[in-house]
Design a protein around this ligand. Structure first.
Ligand SMILES: Cc1cc2nc3c(=O)[nH]c(=O)nc-3n(C[C@H](O)[C@H](O)[C@H](O)COP(=O)(O)O)c2cc1C
Length: 157
């Protein structure tokens, strides 16, 4: 049966998620990042998480070369940051409080938590690529989450 992509988007939009910014870097160490909610915990032993990255994303190629990423889990104060990182191009990191993580990708300040990961497996899946990362370092900072539901940002009541 032919399936309408808009219907899939509508259905998956009913799955309320948090919002992350996934950061990586290029060979010269320049930072790249994108807003993502296709992020899942995969395994506790070994500790694995996956992220799904659009092949059309500017940052796409840099995941292959650096083989590292950071999952920055956004707080409800970071909606503007999420919007900024959901658009390709521009100086995404200008004036963003952040610092280099242990693997060279940037860790954003003011998040609920972050995970620093080394890519151990990559699977091509349609128009996206699934990167599975082994967690090298994980930290929680506390706060309230930014939510995404039916195409809109939200907060816990
Ligand atoms: C809430 C939200 C979730 C998103 N989730 C993903 C995702 O999981 N994977 C992805 O590749 N793009 C996702 N996007 C779209 C990217 O953020 C967008 O394509 C971005 O421009 C890519 O940045 P880049 O081209 O600079 O790499 C999401 C956007 C929003 C607003």
């Amino acid at each position: 049966m032919a399936f309408d992509a808009r219907e899939l988007r509508r259905v998956m939009g009913s799955f309320c998620t948090g919002v992350t910014i996934i950061t990586t870097r290029d060979d010269a160490g320049h930072p790249f990042g994108l807003t993502a909610n296709a992020v899942t915990s995969v395994s506790l032993d070994p500790p694995l998480v996956l992220v799904c990255v659009d092949r059309k994303a500017e940052s796409h190629a840099h995941f292959y070369t650096s083989k590292v990423f950071v999952v920055n889990i956004l707080s409800e104060e970071q909606e503007a940051l999420s919007r900024r990182f959901a658009v390709s191009g521009g100086e995404k990191f200008a004036d963003v409080p952040c610092h280099p993580g242990r693997l060279g990708a940037l860790v954003l300040d003011g998040t609920l938590a972050h995970l620093e990961c080394r890519i151990v497996e990559t699977h091509e899946a349609g128009d996206h690529v699934i990167h599975i990362g082994e967690v090298d370092h994980a930290e929680t900072h506390g706060g309230r989450p930014l939510l995404f539901f039916q195409g809109k940002y939200g907060q816990l009541p």
